[in-house]
Write a protein that binds this ligand. Structure first.
Ligand code: HSE
Length: 317
């Protein structure tokens, strides 16, 4: 519930990389997200009153220090850019599990900038909030990548390579395709995972992956599901990260056997996603969960349309 005087924004979690576009492609999901409430206060600066978890209790591990939380770092960037007097107080409600590969840090940052934007005398267009949300996300992930922030902000499937920022491009999504996201009960730090990745790749490797991302974008544009399935692949990053998610090989094999167009690691993991026909989604979610449980990991799952909405204001000023 939003407290009197506060404006609340909800931002959805997201699938980073979408297999084929490391750091440059992201997909919004439905059903899991963070809520940030904000109000103007007379004291200058941005503070967090409290961070609460999914159970409504004070979050056991997330810091409410303004310089240590992605929500306040992003909010501060926007608030100072707007140049208003006074300050902002935030309340953060985490709905996305931490270190899950579901864009948790980006989700808080996006919800914060959308809430604070609604408090400005002259709110910015939604697209202009990207750079401020990125300021928060960068703090948490140890690198610049917009593949969680961009879909959480504007929804759907978004192309957002660093070389084009702050531009981001909403891609058409193919008809009748859903995402299945399974979160095994494990934690992976994105910053640690990124540090472990190879820094150089052979010409053959990057030519292959470039071919897939180009083909994937064309497949979306032309609603070509054969090409979509052929290109939904990650030859570069997935092989390096798979070992950190013991249930991944079995979950992927099960999803592919059941007709998924593709299956890979969401962001840096441990969540695993598949894209599949709408009608297959329930079954594929069940068999992916079963594979994770058989390997000893309890899990949650979400099924979302590919054009799931981005962040929104929940309560007017
Ligand atoms: N593109 C980032 C990575 C996303 O894979 O490291 C992290 O969620």
């Amino acid at each position: 519930m939003t407290e009197p005087g506060f404006v609340s924004a909800f931002a959805p979690g997201s699938i980073g990389n979408v297999a084929v576009g490391f750091d440059m492609l992201g997909l919004a999901i439905a059903g899991a997200g963070d809520r940030v409430s904000a109000r103007r206060v007379s004291d200058p600066g941005v503070t967090i009153r409290e961070v609460r978890g999914m159970d409504g209790q004070i979050h056991p591990s997330l810091s409410a220090a303004a310089d240590e939380n992605t929500a306040s770092i992003a909010a501060k960037s926007l608030w100072f850019a707007a140049g208003h007097r006074g300050g902002i107080e935030l309340i953060v409600h985490k709905g996305v599990p931490l270190k899950s590969g579901m864009g948790s840090s980006a989700t808080s940052a996006v919800a914060a900038v959308v809430a604070v934007n609604a408090l400005l005398d002259e709110p910015y267009p939604t697209e202009d909030l990207l750079v401020h949300a990125l300021a928060g996300e960068q703090f948490a992930s140890g690198g610049l990548h917009a593949d969680n922030v961009a879909p959480s902000l504007i929804g759907g499937l978004v192309l957002c390579p660093n070389v084009l920022l702050p531009r981001m491009v909403s891609l058409k999504v193919p008809t009748g395709v859903s995402s299945v996201l399974v979160h095994p009960d494990l934690e992976v730090s994105t910053a640690d995972s990124r540090r472990g990745l190879a820094k150089t790749y052979s010409q053959e490797q990057w030519l292959t992956q470039q071919g897939y991302i180009a083909g994937f974008i064309a497949a979306c544009e032309h609603d070509d599901l054969d090409l979509f399935a052929k290109c939904l692949r990650d030859e570069l990053i997935e092989p390096q990260r798979a070992a950190s998610i013991p249930c991944f090989p079995d979950a992927k094999a099960a999803a592919m056997r059941s007709g998924a167009f593709g299956c890979s690691i969401s962001g840096s993991g441990p969540s695993i996603f598949a894209l599949c026909a709408d009608d297959d989604a329930e079954n594929i979610a069940a068999i992916m969960k079963q594979a994770c449980q058989d390997a000893g990991y309890e899990c949650q799952s979400w099924i979302s349309p590919m054009n799931s909405p981005g962040a929104c204001i929940e309560t007017a000023k």
